[in-house]
Write a protein that binds this ligand. Structure first.
Ligand SMILES: [Zn+2]
Ligand SMILES: [Zn+2]
Length: 81
């Protein structure tokens, strides 16, 4: 895997994994393929079901998504929408 510098002026996904903190480096058009980080990690995620995407839970950082508003999901069981 070749490491790319972050393309300035290009829209990258930039999604951060809620648990590992890995950052997706793919273009933001990669959907529906999973997010992919330079570390080789790939994952699917969906809007956090605990905080509904606000990143906050009871006025503190949401423990499920760590404030990213998205939680990792199992693509085999996740039903979008
Ligand atoms: Zn992504
Ligand atoms: Zn959350």
């Amino acid at each position: 895997m070749s490491e790319r510098s972050r393309g300035l002026g290009r829209d990258l996904c930039g999604r951060v994994h809620a648990v590992t903190g890995a950052e997706c480096y793919l273009p933001d058009t990669h959907y529906p393929r999973p997010h992919h980080a330079l570390s080789g990690e790939s994952w699917h995620d969906g809007l956090c079901t605990l905080c509904a995407g606000s990143g906050l839970h009871t006025s503190t950082l949401c423990p499920r998504c760590n404030g990213t508003a998205f939680e990792p999901v199992d693509p085999d069981t996740y039903l979008p929408g």
